[in-house]
Design a protein around this ligand. Structure first.
Ligand code: SF4
Length: 414
């Protein structure tokens, strides 16, 4: 590390590729299908944005890059190369940076992996969700378990030594046995990292029509929506696992993965020792991040903003006007400067998601006051209820606190 590197501040980059082959039944991400021509034009525009945004970031050192989506692997690999070259030419990227790309097993050809390696991408995040092909079909995924196996094997053959696999519980028709089978098949491959999220039925998705509160047979407000209440089979669709089953799956996951050498380091994330996702940890510990591309979010210098999310408006931006500063402002839209209280809340919300919790010393260094002087009564109450624990100068959620984390975290609102 050079002297300049030591003096520069760490920065994470998130690069959004909003295209997919087909929309999954549960997905409310900013993603859609488009022709290859738009892929190419979008890449050109994204590279213009990268060039313009890089001008104001000379004092930062990029420590992680995450190319997410959408489905970045839907792109011809040459487009990923162009994006990575633009980043390398316009940002100071640390040599040891963690560089991740999300891939869908239905879109990944062997030749793409070689290009990724060549572009210094050193981590793959593979979206599997389930090893059961029927469950994949209900989700509307475009791949099978066998496609995933091939992808994983090609990735190892290509030299990727840091692979994460995304799994999903709470899928229609999922049973305890099918989830166990998914975990078993995946851990046998020994990926370095596993993310295990549970399905949320989001408004505006096909699943909302089937499982949302207003679907046939449903009671208003009791669908398997964000608050995870109730269960309801719908005509022609299998039922969602009920709450008891969800809890059984959740508890089993923790125990089973621990037995296989995967420690939980965040509510939904597990890794073999030393393979935690640095990008995620940076996000939870408030390392500034800059989002590039359609609809990408940023948090830089205590300010939060989100890029334009309409593709036509994004493509129409003119980065060649002046020094591009005004165009960046138009791209970023309203900038929200967080108040001191909001930053304290963020510190707690994000930090407590991690198993190691938050440090009282970090809080004092960041805000100039003791954590207990702000949150003392809340902490005492949560400790008494067995939801929060204190270990030295660190405060963390207990296992029980993790189970009901939505409730516990809401207690830290100021
Ligand atoms: S592949 Fe991912 S981003 Fe694309 S539609 Fe499916 S869930 Fe959404």
């Amino acid at each position: 590390m050079t002297r300049d590197d030591r003096q520069s501040k760490p920065l994470e980059l998130y690069i959004h590729i909003p295209f997919c082959e087909k929309k999954c039944n549960y997905c409310d991400f900013l993603s859609f299908r488009a022709l290859p021509q738009l892929h190419r034009e979008y890449t050109k525009q994204l590279c213009r944005e990268i060039r313009t945004a890089g001008r104001g970031m000379e004092n930062y050192r990029v420590v992680t890059i995450f190319i997410g989506g959408g489905t970045p692997s839907v792109f011809e690999p040459v487009l990923i190369r162009q994006i990575m070259e633009a980043v390398g030419e316009n940002f100071r990227v640390a040599p040891e940076a963690e560089v991740t790309i999300e891939v869908n097993p239905g879109t990944l050809l062997k030749n793409k992996l070689a290009v990724y390696r060549d572009c210094k991408i050193n981590r793959l995040s593979i979206g599997l969700q389930s090893a059961d092909n029927r469950e994949l079909a209900w989700l509307g995924r475009i791949h099978s378990y066998e496609d995933f196996l091939k992808t994983f094997q090609y990735a190892r053959m290509e030299g990727f030594s840091n692979i994460s696999v995304d799994l999903m519980s709470g899928i229609p028709g999922q049973t305890f046995d099918s989830w166990k089978n998914t975990l078993k098949k995946v851990t046998m491959l020994k990926p370095e990292h596993i993310s295990a999220y549970s399905l949320i039925v989001e408004e505006g998705t096909p699943f909302w029509e089937v499982y949302g509160p207003k679907a046939e047979g449903g009671k208003s407000g009791q669908g398997r929506t964000k608050d995870r209440e109730g269960e309801r089979p719908a005509a022609g669709w299998p039922a969602l696992p009920d709450e008891d089953m969800e809890y059984k799956i959740y508890s089993f996951t923790r125990t089973y993965l621990a037995g296989q050498g995967y420690g939980r380091y965040e509510i939904s994330n597990y890794s073999r020792p030393g393979w935690e996702c640095r990008h995620n940890i940076g996000y939870w510990t408030e390392v500034p991040y800059l989002g590039l591309g359609l609809g990408a979010s940023s948090y830089v210098m205590g300010c939060r903003f989100r890029n334009e999310s309409d593709i036509e408006s994004y493509m129409a931006l003119d980065f060649s006007a002046g020094d591009g500063g005004e165009t960046l402002e138009a791209l970023h839209g309203p900038v929200q400067k967080l108040s001191r209280e909001e930053r304290m809340e963020e510190f707690m919300f994000l930090g407590l998601r991690m198993v190691q919790g938050v440090s009282e010393l970090d809080f004092a260094a960041m805000f100039g006051v003791k954590l207990t002087s702000v949150y003392g009564p809340v902490l005492e109450r949560l400790k008494k209820d067995g939801l929060v624990k204190q270990e030295g100068t660190r405060i963390a959620l207990t296992e029980w606190g993790m189970d009901v984390s939505n409730f516990v975290l809401s207690e830290f609102l100021l």
